[in-house]
Design a protein around this ligand. Structure first.
Ligand SMILES: Cc1cc2nc3c(=O)[nH]c(=O)nc-3n(C[C@H](O)[C@H](O)[C@H](O)COP(=O)(O)O)c2cc1C
Length: 180
């Protein structure tokens, strides 16, 4: 198949920016939040560790998401990086909104109470971090929240869930590091 390489600066063209976005590869997190008497969970591919001392993560969340409202109101979020056994949970959390439904009733999200924040945390993940918001930056159609970890846990037995070209993937073969 001869699929052409595409390049340009036509960033207002949805075909261009959506295709470009599909070439990126990310992990997937379940972002949990609680405020105003409501708890929620959403899928978040734009989440990563960005600082070690102090331990800080960033998440990028569109203001239209209900989760955004809950994070703004509480100043906290739970970051639960999915294992490769949790694609179905990510898909439900990312396909429905608390604007319309209570997602906790759509699937059996295995939760445990957090140690330091109000939002529940998700079991079976590779990494969980309970975060307090320390900064927010408006990027355009998304806001970047910087969260400082107040409590974290990890399970080395789990392997990460990946997201690429709109599909879920498992980690493939490792590549040996070259001798330098
Ligand atoms: C795999 C996957 C990853 C996603 N990543 C993000 C993301 O990084 N940021 C974001 O704002 N929305 C992301 N979404 C979309 C939200 O999860 C989705 O709009 C969800 O319905 C929002 O739920 P809420 O309104 O209950 O907060 C993603 C969806 C999927 C399926």
């Amino acid at each position: 198949m001869n699929i052409p390489i595409t390049e340009g600066d036509d960033f207002n063209n949805p075909d261009f920016y959506r295709s470009l976005w599909r070439q990126t590869t990310t992990t997937v997190a379940l972002l949990t939040s609680a405020a105003e008497g409501r708890e929620n969970v959403m899928a978040c591919e734009w989440a990563m560790l960005v600082n070690l001392k102090p331990l800080r993560f960033v998440i990028s969340v569109a203001p239209r998401e209900y989760t955004h409202q809950l994070i703004q109101a509480s100043g906290e979020f739970g970051l639960n990086f999915c294992s490769d056994q949790q694609a179905h949970l990510a898909h439900i959390a990312g396909s429905y909104s608390l604007h319309d439904v209570n997602k906790w009733e759509l699937a059996d999200f295995p939760t445990h109470p957090a140690q330091r924040i109000r939002a529940p945390m998700i079991q079976g993940c590779i990494l969980n971090a309970e975060c307090r918001v320390v900064a927010r930056y408006e990027l355009g159609d998304h806001d970047l929240f910087v969260g400082e970890a107040l409590w974290a846990r990890y399970d080395p037995k789990q392997r990460p869930l990946l997201y690429h070209r709109g599909k879920y993937w498992k980690l493939g073969e490792g590549i040996p590091k070259p001798q330098v």
